[in-house]
Design a protein around this ligand. Structure first.
Ligand code: FAD
Length: 285
């Protein structure tokens, strides 16, 4: 069985960043991804100018399937309607419905409290939309328990979420355990594994802080040993991600979703070192 390969990019804040992203996207297109997803910020005013603009370029210029991220708690129904209408007009019918990270200084809207509220709403208003959702092999940090988290995930799927994409993780065993829990809970939609190749130490430290992801001993050893040797750290970080992907693919993961951090070099390295195992191009016999 082959696994899909998709990428995540984020809209930059500056025009220079935007031009660079369009160049990056052209390079990503060459790797023939199954889709490229575009993140959203919690600033509801700019989603059309950021997320939708990048998604439009991917879909209509590069002719690559795209998924636009939308943050439920920072949208009211009218804004959600408007964004769905705009996406429809662009010919884009795939979204990743998220709750969004709640920022203390930015009060949420009141129409949607969880991602599942947005999934439910969009599915009723625009049934032809294909909706993905987020999930957490290490349990969502605010969740009261693993069981509650899986029950909430089941709700999200039961109202129309058709595909799940995981938070990044560095220990495949946690992913397999999570997959099993989903299976036992009768959550049977494809679960794409979110993989982020670590290419520098600051990136690793920032991630551990913001996502509370556990780092296995093998990975911590890399960070420690190559602390002052960025070239080796990058090489080891990429090799670690390749190793993770080969293992996941061997276990027939539905897909790999690469957090590219808008870095085409990283995506190309991963692609060239995993394309045969992912796409099943090496025939037995
Ligand atoms: P939910 O599914 O709503 O879950 C959030 C919490 O609430 C969980 O603890 C869950 O167990 C609980 N819960 C859910 N439903 C209920 C219920 N009915 N009753 C009680 N509790 C409930 N953030 C952005 O701002 N922009 C992005 O572009 C972005 N992209 C992401 C992409 C991926 C693949 C992932 C994994 C995360 C992304 N995030 C993004 C971060 C995400 O917004 C946060 O992790 C957020 O804290 C949770 O979002 P969610 O959609 O998983 O929330």
């Amino acid at each position: 069985m082959s696994s899909t390969l998709s990428f995540e990019v984020f809209p930059p804040n500056t025009q220079i960043g935007a031009n660079k992203l369009f160049e990056t996207l052209k390079e990503l297109q060459q790797l023939q991804p199954d889709f490229i997803s575009v993140t959203c910020s919690n600033n509801r005013q700019t989603i059309a100018e950021t997320t939708l603009k990048v998604a439009d370029y991917i879909h209509n210029e590069l002719k690559v399937q795209t998924i636009a991220h939308l943050p439920a708690v920072y949208l009211n129904q009218a804004q959600a309607d408007e964004l769905v209408k705009q996406l429809d007009k662009l010919g884009i019918d795939r979204i990743l419905a998220l709750r969004g990270d709640i920022i203390p200084e930015l009060p949420p809207e009141n129409d949607f409290h969880y991602a599942s509220d947005l999934v439910d709403y969009v599915k009723k208003e625009a049934p032809h939309f294909h909706i993905s959702g987020a999930c957490y092999p290490e349990v969502h940090p605010e969740s009261v328990s693993r069981v509650a988290d899986i029950q909430n995930l089941k709700k999200k799927v039961s109202v129309g979420c058709e595909q799940l994409i995981t938070q990044l993780f560095f220990d495949n065993e946690l992913f397999y355990h999570f997959q099993e829990s989903c299976y036992l809970a009768d959550i049977k939609v494809p679960i794409l594994a979110g993989i982020m190749p670590i290419v520098n130490r600051n990136q690793a430290l920032r991630l551990i802080k913001t996502t509370q992801t556990k780092l296995p001993r093998k990975f911590l050893a890399i960070l420690e040993k190559y602390e002052h040797d960025p070239t080796s750290l990058k090489e080891a970080g990429l090799a670690y991600a390749v190793d993770q992907i080969i293992d996941l693919s061997t276990q027939d993961v539905a897909g790999i979703h690469l957090y590219t951090m808008n870095n085409a070099e990283v995506a190309k390295h991963i692609y060239h070192n995993t394309k045969n195992v992912l796409h099943g191009q090496i025939k037995a016999g």
